[in-house]
Design a protein around this ligand. Structure first.
Ligand SMILES: NC(=O)C1=CN([C@@H]2O[C@H](COP(=O)(O)OP(=O)(O)OC[C@H]3O[C@@H](n4cnc5c(N)ncnc54)[C@H](O)[C@@H]3O)[C@@H](O)[C@H]2O)C=CC1
Ligand SMILES: C[N+](C)(C)CC(=O)CC(=O)[O-]
Length: 488
């Protein structure tokens, strides 16, 4: 039996719940410590949302979910934990007390803090082992948004910080290394400025909370999610780019467009004004409903970005690739069809008939075929050199239904191969039962010339022994079958 890796989450509120969900759905065991008796319910609700959301971003199987426990003490939570994430309320004295408890039991474990604004050197004050404590600032919902700002102080060991970043990547996050510690890191400096201006606009009666949200979500908010600020403004500079943009809009920095660092007085009147408008705007939805709406919208955005290998979508693709590599044992070409892919039927793969939609059978087969091509040395580096295999013909035979959550394996049997042609029989199976087979003829192509040509000798040197070994395998009964009605 293999044991999962363990993460401890100290503080199980909005953010701790999100961390717990991300680690659990990445296959880690998680122990949560939070003295609030409501914490298990709250974490359970965040986890339910995460289970409905995170798998929809994946195109490779999710690992089996880890085990969630609620510990009775900090000591029990952190015992044996490889990674600890503190997510208690944003109070420095509280965080210091919690670190003292954690480091009594686990002085050397990596200890990330979710703090929105404290600098790591502030968090490290009077700690038993300051070098273990760093900032890992996430964004809500932690289980969907990849960013974690990782902020060390000079007291941290760079190697330990690299290890923490690697763990964050393993759970699908994008660790942004903040090189100089600063109050509120990078993103919250920025968000705080926007927040301050928005409070002014409401307080001064210029705009309601709803009007401000429309101004964001109908316009620049959509741009930010895919290009950020500087790339967006570079494009807005027209053909002359950023220099022209700055020449045109630089002077307005001197104009009274912004109240800059002036903060409206934070009093009950302001809180009631903002909260009242926010209730009027969104009070007809519960918070959990709003979370689910937010999550579905984020999944849509993220999937589009993933299709384009852009921004946060690239993080998702890289994460899939890492998992795909981890899933594949090194197959040999001898004796049996080669198992080359493991996939899981994900929510977006289900059609109106309640089972896996037909295009996904071809997708599952094509992932298997790509794995075979990588295996024989015709992967992306080979393609970059101007040669590739193109599919000339495919025949899918549906033999069973695949349902949501099913784990599928894809295997390849080489039916024939020569210098230019590759004839494959791909089986997609669930627990050893055939769900579909796909027979394909591929042609080796010189991509520039747009013509078939012999494959490189090193590719043939890997392919031909497999093809020869597979000649000894029984030919699949349905190989060569065509689509046609049976004569009665
Ligand atoms: N809510 C947000 O949008 C974000 C918050 N953060 C940061 O995450 C941290 C947590 O914030 P939230 O989850 O929003 O707050 P929260 O109020 O939802 O959760 C804080 C939790 O800490 C628990 N707690 C209090 N004392 C504790 C102790 N001694 N030991 C263990 N648990 C204890 C509370 O019972 C509560 O469940 C803060 O540092 C905050 O700045 C970071 C990113 C976004
Ligand atoms: C409002 N906030 C400062 C707690 C926000 C964050 O820290 C990050 C986020 O998720 O917006």
């Amino acid at each position: 039996m293999t044991t999962n890796r363990k993460a401890a989450i100290i503080g199980g509120g909005v953010i701790g719940g999100g961390w717990a969900a991300r680690f659990l759905l990445s296959g880690w065991d998680v122990a949560v410590y939070d003295p609030d008796p409501e914490a298990p319910r709250k974490v359970g609700e965040v986890l339910a949302n995460a289970r409905a959301a995170l798998p929809a971003l994946a195109d490779v199987p999710m690992p089996a979910e880890g085990r969630l426990t609620f510990a009775d003490s900090v000591h029990d939570a952190v015992e044996g934990a490889e990674y600890i994430q503190e997510s208690v309320s944003e109070r420095l004295d509280l965080k210091h007390r919690v670190y003292a408890q954690i480091q009594q039991s686990a002085p050397d474990a990596l200890l990330g803090s979710s703090t929105s604004g404290f600098k790591p050197s502030e968090l490290q004050q009077n700690a038993a082992n300051p070098a273990a404590i760093f900032v890992a600032h996430p964004f809500n919902p932690v289980y969907l948004l990849p960013l974690a700002e990782v902020v060390p102080s000079p007291k941290n060991d760079p190697e330990a910080i690299e290890k923490a970043k690697e763990i964050l990547r393993e759970i699908g996050m994008f660790p942004l290394h903040v090189r100089k510690e600063i109050d509120a890191h990078i993103a919250d400096r920025f968000l705080e400025a926007v927040w301050r201006e928005a409070l002014w606009l409401v307080k001064d009666g210029i705009a309601t909370t709803e009007e401000i949200d429309e101004a964001i979500r109908m316009g620049f908010g959509l741009r930010w999610g895919q290009m950020g600020l500087f790339e967006t403004y570079r494009v807005a500079g027209g053909e002359a780019g950023m220099k022209h943009f700055m020449a045109q809009f630089g002077p307005c920095l001197q104009w009274p467009w912004t109240k800059l660092t002036d903060v409206p007085e934070f009093n009950d009147e302001l809180v009631d004004l903002i909260a009242g408008q926010s209730d009027a705007q969104s009070g007809h939805h519960s918070i959990r409903e709003l979370e689910r709406i937010r999550d579905r919208n984020l999944i849509g955005f993220l999937r589009v970005l993933k299709e384009r290998n852009w921004g946060a979508g690239k993080v998702l693709l890289d994460h899939d690739e890492r998992r795909r590599m981890g899933n594949i044992a090194h197959p040999t070409g001898s004796g049996a069809p080669m198992v080359l892919s493991h996939q899981q039927v994900l929510p977006g793969w289900i059609d109106y008939n309640g089972h896996m939609t037909e295009s996904r059978y071809l997708f599952a087969s094509s992932e298997t075929c790509d794995a075979f091509l990588r295996h024989i040395g015709a992967g992306m580096d080979y393609v970059a050199g101007g040669h590739s295999y193109y599919t000339a013909e495919s025949h899918i035979l549906h033999a069973g239904e695949a349902k949501l959550g099913d784990r599928l394996t894809g295997s390849v049997q080489v039916l024939g191969a020569d210098e230019k042609r590759l004839h494959l029989f791909i089986r997609i199976e669930r627990e050893g039962m055939l769900v579909a087979s796909v027979e394909q003829m591929l042609l080796h192509v010189d991509m520039k010339a747009g013509k078939s040509c012999p494959a490189a000798s090193e590719v043939l040197a890997r392919l031909m022994p497999i093809a020869e070994a597979h000649q000894a395998l029984p030919r699949p009964e349905t190989a060569g079958r065509h689509v046609g009605q049976r004569k009665s």
